[in-house]
Each structure stands twice: as C-alpha cells, then as structure tokens.
Design a protein around this ligand. Structure first.
Ligand code: UDP
Ligand code: MG
Length: 318
C-alpha cells in the first residue's frame, strides 16, 4: 500500500487546526487504498498550536509532528517537513485552509498517471487587495524575464510531490530558500490543476509587505545573476555617454574657450552617477550577502521534538 503524507507547516494556527484535521480526513476517507500521514511542522508557534497537534496525535496515530526549536519561517518549515515525511507522495498544504484539501484526490489521480509534481494554480485570489495582486503579477513577470528557470505564476506551495521530487528538494540545502523556484528547478513531470483559493479561515496572514519584498529579492538573487549583468551593461552605457560628452566638452573648450559655467550639469552628473554606483553596490551586496550566509553552512533548522518517540534525534537529516 502506498503512503500519502499531507505536510502542513503551522505557525500560530490554533483556531484552524481542528477544521483542518476534519476536512483533510473526510477527504482522505474517500481514498481507503492509501496509508495516510498528516505531518505538522510546528514552526515555533507562540499560541496553543503545539498542544492541539499533540492532542490530535493522542487521538489519531496518523497524525505526526515535528516541532522546530523556534520560528524559522515557512520555507524552512517546509524543508523540515520534507525531511521527515514518510510518504511515497507528499502533499504540501497551508494550515489556514486556503488550499482546499478537496483537490487531493484529483492530485493523487494525476500522480498515479505518472506525474511527479501536480501543482494547484489559482484561478482567482479571493480576499486579496488589488494592490497585492498587481505587485505579485509584476514580480512574476520580471522574474520570468530575468531568470532561465520558468516559475509558475499564481501558484503557491500547494502541490503533490512524488518521492523523486522530495529527494531532489532535500538535496537543495541552501539557507536562504526560495522554494517556489526550486520546485521548477528540480524538474520532473509537472501537471497543473486550477482551483479557487479561499480566504484564510481565521487569524491573519503572516505576510506583510516588508516580508514580501524580502521574498521577492530572495527570488531574484537565488535564481539569477542577471542584475549583476544589467549593472555591468548600465555601467558601460553610462561610461560611453560620459566619454562622448567629454570629447564634446574638450572640443567646445578648445574651439570657443570656456567661461566658468556648468554648475548644473556638473551637479546632475555627479548625483546621477553617484546614484547608479550606490544601486550597483547594493546589488553586489545582495549577492555577497547570500554568499556569506551560504558559506556558513549552518544546519537549516533544529528540531525540538519529533512525535513522542523522539525517534529521529539520532539521525538528524543534514
Ligand atoms: N507559516 C509558517 N511559518 C511562518 C509563517 C507561516 O509555517 O513563519 C505557515 C502558516 O501557518 C500557514 C502557511 O505557512 O500554514 C502560509 O502562511 P500564511 O497563510 O500566513 O501565508 P499566505 O497564505 O497569506 O500566503
Ligand atoms: Mg494563508
């Protein structure tokens, strides 16, 4: 019998967990031919999330959990979950029920047909402001143009992954993770299904614009070095312009002499070039920062506990 793992990263989700449990298992009840595992990764929640998960585990041994030592963020929580998932296929699902579990049977069906990565693409984004939609779409367009890896637009982390994909993702152990890009990067046979994303069932989104900007920069710097290339091209363009301008000034001075003038042009040139230099330094800094973080080679996360048995304390997966 094949095993399906439903992987749920959870951070302060106490209100939705019971609904989530009920909905997932009422869906999975329609698929009696599989072993099931519901794996929660508690990402350092500050509310009762962990005790609710433990309570569910008491009632139902199909529930298991990994408790991280602090809040590491969703990207890291997901890799922790993939490390501990036992399933032949892993379905990643948000704890707030924005990703309807009712899609799971369809995903599994495609998986049985031989697809390795069945991802759910949003037909609509209910409960999100037009500003968020617009910025998200702009970001995807830019990223797609800059990087060689095609990144699926309007697709979250809600997807079914075959064991092959899971093993591949487990080998990508970079500290600053942009999982959305990694799903594409590892390749394998992909299948898209469409769905309507619901507004979250309770609580608030953990994303704010600061974090989204971080994620966007993460997305760009982890998947393409083209900003560095653009900087070089920009530098060349500006120097070429400066050279032509210089020739013109020398010619003008020789031909017509020079009464002291040119404060505005001098000032704008200095400011313009100074600005460009700062931007380019910043871009180089972003990449250097990544190099700095990756070379430390720290483990991605620490486990506080795993189920009750603490089975895997012996073989921490890194
Ligand atoms: N999450 C997490 N760690 C965090 C933030 C979020 O594990 O630091 C989980 C959260 O519990 C939820 C999922 O990631 O299951 C998506 O979070 P959220 O709903 O806040 O994001 P959104 O749906 O708004 O993109
Ligand atoms: Mg959500």
């Amino acid at each position: 019998m094949k095993t399906l793992t439903v992987l749920v990263p959870a951070y302060n989700e106490e209100e939705s967990l019971h609904y989530l449990y009920d909905r997932i298992f009422s869906v999975l009840a329609t698929m009696p031919t599989y072993n099931l595992e519901l794996l929660f990764v508690n990402d350092g929640s500050k509310d009762n999330t962990l005790s609710i998960i433990k309570q569910l585990r008491e009632q139902d041994k199909r529930v298991s959990y990994v408790n991280l030592s602090r809040n590491f963020g969703k990207e890291t929580a997901m890799i922790a979950g993939l490390d501990y998932a036992k399933g032949d296929a892993v379905i990643i699902l948000d704890a707030d029920l924005q990703d309807p579990p009712e899609l799971i049977p369809e995903m599994v069906q495609y998986w049985e047909e031989g697809y390795d990565d069945v991802y759910a693409k949003r037909r609509s984004r209910k409960g999100e402001t037009w500003f968020k939609k617009a910025t998200a779409s702009l970001f995807y367009k830019t990223l797609k143009r800059m990087s060689q890896v095609p990144i699926q637009e309007n697709t979250g982390d809600f997807r079914l992954l075959d064991r092959r994909c899971v093993e591949a993702l487990k080998q990508l152990r970079e500290t600053q993770r942009y999982t959305k890009g990694m799903f594409s990067w590892v390749g394998y046979k992909k299948k898209e299904i469409l769905f309507d994303r619901d507004p979250r069932i309770s609580g608030e989104t953990k994303w704010n614009y600061g974090k989204l900007v971080d994620l966007a920069i993460e997305g760009v710097t982890s998947f393409t070095t083209s900003p560095l290339r653009i900087s070089s091209l920009m530098g060349m363009g500006v120097s070429l312009f400066a050279f032509i301008y210089m020739v013109w000034i020398i010619f003008k001075t020789l031909a017509f002499g020079e009464s002291v003038q040119g404060y505005p042009s001098l000032m704008s040139a200095i400011l313009f070039i100074g600005g460009i230099q700062l931007i380019v330094l910043g871009i180089i800094g972003e990449y250097l920062g990544r190099v700095f973080n990756e070379t430390k080679r720290r483990p991605l996360y620490f486990i506080d506990e795993y189920n009750e048995e603490r089975e895997t304390n012996v073989e921490l997966p890194f």
